[in-house]
Design a protein around this ligand. Sequence first.
Ligand SMILES: NC(=O)c1ccc[n+]([C@@H]2O[C@H](COP(=O)([O-])OP(=O)(O)OC[C@H]3O[C@@H](n4cnc5c(N)ncnc54)[C@H](OP(=O)(O)O)[C@@H]3O)[C@@H](O)[C@H]2O)c1
Length: 245
Amino acid sequence: MTVENKVVVVTGASSGIGASTVKLLVKGGAKVVFGARRQEKLEEVASGLDPDQIAFQETDVTDYQQVKSLVQLAVDRFGKVDALFNNAGIMPMAAVSEDNRDEWQQMLNINVMGVLNGISAVLPIMHRQGYGHILATDSLAGYKVYPNLAVYCGTKFAVRAILEGVRQEEIKNKIRTTLIAPGMVETELYKSISDPKTAKNLVDTWHEENHALKAEDIADLVVYAIGLPNYVSINEVKIRPSVEL
Ligand SMILES: NC(=O)c1ccc[n+]([C@@H]2O[C@H](COP(=O)([O-])OP(=O)(O)OC[C@H]3O[C@@H](n4cnc5c(N)ncnc54)[C@H](OP(=O)(O)O)[C@@H]3O)[C@@H](O)[C@H]2O)c1
């Protein structure tokens, strides 16, 4: 089990799960190409990492050309793409009756189209290579619906369906898929919640003893899945704090 010399592209890498995964992959000897919208946060993630092992660029996953360019950066710099980790996501919380149409659209664009943009950008490269691994950060909200999260849940159900479809279609091309479905993880995700009271409640819950995982807990799992030999495929994992229902 090793990620040494694997080339991995990570989206949503400026904080939380994505940033932790980048660091752990680099520690394991992988070459990592990563992106997100906030350039200054990407630079923070890169500081202290071996520059020979990384490349990064500002990338909005809703823009297909930007995602293609990130994936191409991996090929230009390191010659291949072993794995793509589609991790970017937002989670605004509100009842459907609040009619936050802009937030719905943003969630669909980032959480669903962002993943599809990644898949679309990387598949031709993986087909040419004759191997590849596509991962995505889903959520327990991709299995179960919660109030005030109806649209978010919808996006995460969609990601699960899409990745399972890709798994079935791409078996013949030796492309593996892995869906990681976390419960509560303490990250910056609350910042995408527009209602300050709701955001504070979520953070307070995270801070209850053992109530939230750390981003590193998810990164461990991602690195493990990528490091497995090509004939082994972890397709879906639920990971939650032991105290979470
Ligand atoms: N935290 C949890 O409890 C939890 C539970 C289950 C699933 N998840 C999922 O885990 C994933 C990572 O979230 P996180 O918890 O690590 O939260 P986070 O710290 O807020 O990270 C989200 C990342 O996505 C990036 N992002 C957002 N919109 C983007 C866009 N349009 N283009 C590119 N990057 C974008 C953000 O960077 P920029 O703002 O710089 O673009 C950031 O790097 C998400 O898919 C989330 O749904 C989280």
